[in-house]
Design a protein around this ligand. Structure first.
Ligand code: SF4
Length: 248
């Protein structure tokens, strides 16, 4: 893919119309809106990654939420999933604040970038395998651009895990065969790319599995804030990022 830096990649992503079903859905949601947001102008386009171009920790989700990122234009911003994720990032010391309401709310991530394997909001939060595969080149290029700084990755949920492993392989990292199954608490080392390319932050990267921050998981207690913070702390440690001490 002929794309320069990460900012250029993000700009290119926002103009993508490769998946007819998702283009129709995201734009229809943006027109019809949810009643609570009737006065807002929805983003209604693909949502690129969020965070610094030299991030050492990457968080990989699933896809934008219809009335969250598809409304605000920023990953995990403006919905309950984001409330949980950013609160945990802030408590661990990886975000400037624990709330994310709009793309211009001043939130900053420290050494962390958040992205997803599918950049358009899908109906019922379920992209098809074809849509996942169509979006993979964007993630592969993002990984290639992050290579000089990337040291650890947290993947939220089984969909992200299954989508991310082939992307890491395509970006040159050594992914074990057979591919390890997703599990909360899973930890995996991906060997450094063998072929020539941009210089690497470390010889390998550490991949962590974490239940997705969806309401289905957080409302039922399948994923608690403490469980999420534990994974983020371990991943930040692997990425060489400082974290806040445990309270008390
Ligand atoms: Fe493009 Fe990805 Fe959106 Fe499909 S899901 S239209 S490939 S940005």
């Amino acid at each position: 893919m002929d794309v320069g830096g990460l900012a250029e990649l993000d700009g290119r992503i926002t103009g993508c119309r490769a998946c007819p079903r998702l283009v129709e859905w995201r734009e229809d949601v943006a027109r019809t809106k949810r009643a609570a947001f009737a006065d807002e102008t929805y983003w209604g386009r693909p949502v690129p990654g969020f965070g610094p171009a030299d991030a050492s920790l990457l968080i990989v989700g699933l896809a934008p939420a219809a009335h969250g990122a598809n409304r605000t234009g920023r990953m995990f911003t403006g919905d309950r999933s984001g409330d949980v994720l950013y609160a945990a990032l802030h408590e661990v010391g990886l975000a400037s604040k624990g709330t994310a309401v709009s793309a211009d709310d001043g939130l900053e991530l420290y050494g962390v970038r958040i992205t997803s394997p599918v950049h358009c909001a899908p109906p019922a939060n379920k992209p098809t395998p074809d849509e996942r595969d169509a979006c993979r080149p964007w993630l592969v290029r993002e990984l290639e651009l992050l290579r000089p700084s990337l040291r650890a990755v947290v993947v939220l949920g089984a969909f992200g895990w299954q989508a991310a492993l082939p992307a890491f392989a395509a970006a040159g990292w050594a992914v074990p065969r057979p591919r390890p199954a997703f599990a909360h608490g899973a930890r995996l080392t991906l060997g450094a790319p063998l072929e020539s390319g941009p210089p690497l932050a470390s010889g390998s990267i550490e991949l962590f599995g974490c239940f997705h921050v969806s309401q289905r998981n957080t409302f039922t207690g399948r994923l608690t804030p403490e469980m999420l913070r534990e994974v983020l702390r371990a991943a930040a440690d692997a990425a060489g990022l400082p974290t806040k001490p445990y309270p008390g």
